[in-house]
Design a protein around this ligand. Structure first.
Ligand code: BES
Ligand code: MN
Ligand code: ZN
Length: 492
């Protein structure tokens, strides 16, 4: 796909489709009004007849054969003053989705001028991300033939000539983020019998093959034993599928510059183990490696855009299954940090693999450590599918992530931690327990991880509610790759 900044006026720019906006109540955006004039008032007549009303989400393609643009797509912008980044991205995803069904080979969007707040970089970046979302196809494993490839080969983002360089930078970043997001979605959407820890390790090696800036190292179970990762290993006891600790390094910054470490939960299937889950929705636990997938996506996006920063991705990958050798409730395990853990509930496995991965990440002397995990059902109850949760031992870091989420339109919300929550994890038999009562479940999970982060600048992002959609829309969202990339771009 070719992405470019279109600086020509709308009545001069040749394209397969011009994307313009109409506000509810009938006022056209600047570019739409100009185009309307060039087309002899066709858009006005369309609006007068009531064929387009400007309702948010509405899209209408009209054939303008003979004009400089072969088609015009009018997208509803909703009420004036309500067209923010969220509405903009949604509008572009629907518009580009509709265009991809036509024979149009190229399209130019004139919606950048309507977004509030106005910002050529973000409008261009979000447009490129929307294009990726509109063209994304799940890796479906079907016997029937695949649907035809869209004809769309090139996309223009219209901007004033004075904004050209910011817009181009936005398109480049957006294209890189879209590529990372697509990788995350692909990995997460694959079934558990395909996307195993071994498969993830192969994908990490694949990243190293594709980018000279990426190196991969895979640690096997015998290495994990040598490292005394008793907590991580306790989760994989019930399965024959070998666990892996996948380490990916992206070097885009100065040599010797402290990296940002991204630690992603890679449970390729979470049955709950001996504390077995209920059957309804259990298939969705194939998405329990989305934290890991988002680390892969961030590394890919960083490599694609040549981000000037060093990154380390640490991914503990395993299955959580019941079995004759599986860890039992009441078992006590010793983590790599030396701290002992009473496994009250084998379904609280994410924290058990992450704590050893966090300890392992120390060897990279990271400036910041961010772990990403589909960690708790309680997080879904607290924030639903719209915000990820952020907990941190550093309020400033949490604030940076919240701000990045707002800018990237991939939001997260800062939740508290504290001594009272830590107390809930007390154990009579070990240093602490891996699970406790349901109250404040997202927070107590974060507190568990915090016990392994002394002296680190650390944040935890719980994506249990945001990583994937359920129901008829079931599938990975690719979140929080855009959030992570915005944070990292801000750091570089
Ligand atoms: N992977 C789940 C969390 C989850 C639940 C993600 C729903 C997405 C949707 C995690 O391993 C888990 O089972 N957590 C338990 C912890 C509890 C036993 C303390 C939970 O949230 O119920
Ligand atoms: Mn679980
Ligand atoms: Zn889990």
């Amino acid at each position: 796909m070719r992405l470019f900044v279109a600086t020509a006026a709308v009545n001069r720019q040749k394209s397969g489709c011009a994307i313009v906006g109409l506000h509810e109540g009938g006022s056209f955006s600047g570019a739409a009004a100009q185009l309307d004039e060039a087309l002899g008032g066709r858009l006005t007549r369309l609006a007068k007849r009531g064929d387009v009303r400007g309702k948010a989400g509405e899209v209408k393609i009209l054939d303008t054969d003979g004009a400089h643009c072969e088609r015009v797509l009018v997208v509803g912008l909703g009420k004036k003053g309500s067209f923010g980044r969220k509405q903009y991205r949604k509008a572009l995803v629907s518009a580009l989705g509709a265009i991809a069904k036509t024979g149009a080979r190229d399209a130019v969007s004139y919606l950048g001028e309507v977004v509030e707040p106005a910002d050529a970089y973000y409008s261009a970046r979000l447009a490129a991300e929307a294009l990726g979302a509109a063209l994304y196809r799940v890796p479906a494993i079907r016997s029937a033939r695949k649907p035809p490839e869209p004809a769309l080969k090139s996309f223009g983002f219209a901007a004033d000539a004075s904004q050209k360089s910011q817009a181009q930078r936005g398109l480049d970043h957006g294209q890189a983020i879209a590529a990372g997001t697509a990788l995350t979605r692909d990995l997460a959407n694959l079934p558990g019998n395909v996307c195993t820890p071994t498969y993830l390790a192969q994908q990490a090696r694949e990243l190293a093959r594709s980018y000279s800036t990426v190196r991969t190292q895979v640690l096997e179970e015998r290495d994990l034993k040598r490292l005394k990762m008793g907590s991580f290993l306790s989760v994989t006891n019930g399965t024959d599928e070998p666990a892996k600790l996948i380490v990916m390094r992206y070097d885009g910054g100065r040599a010797g510059q402290a990296p940002v470490a991204l630690v992603g939960k890679g449970v390729t299937f979470d049955s709950g183990g001996i504390s077995l889950k209920q059957p309804p929705g259990m298939d969705e636990m194939k998405f329990d490696m989305t934290g890991a997938a988002s680390v892969f996506g961030a590394i890919k996006a960083a490599a694609e855009m040549g981000l000037k920063l060093n990154l380390v991705g640490v991914v503990p990958a395993c299955e959580n299954m019941p079995g004759a050798r599986a860890t039992k409730p009441g078992d006590i395990v010793r983590s790599m940090s030396g701290q002992t853990i009473e496994v009250i509930n084998t379904d609280a496995e994410g924290r058990l693999i992450l704590c050893d991965a966090l300890t392992y990440a120390r060897r990279f002397k990271p400036a910041t450590v961010i772990d990403i995990a589909t960690l708790t059902g309680a997080c879904v109850i607290a924030l639903g599918a719209h915000n990820s949760a952020v907990m941190s031992n550093d309020d400033e870091l949490a604030g940076e992530l919240v701000a990045a989420g707002r800018r990237a339109e991939d939001r997260c919300w800062h939740m508290p931690m504290g001594e009272e929550y830590h107390d809930q994890l007390k154990s009579n038999f070990a240093d602490f327990a891996n699970a406790c009562g349901r109250d404040g479940g997202a927070i107590t999970a974060a507190c568990f991880l915090a016990k392994f982060t002394d002296g680190l600048r650390w944040a935890h992002v719980d994506i249990a509610g945001t990583a994937y959609l359920t129901g008829s829309q079931k599938g990975s969202t690719g979140r929080p790759v855009a959030l992570l990339m915005d944070f990292l771009i801000g750091r570089a």
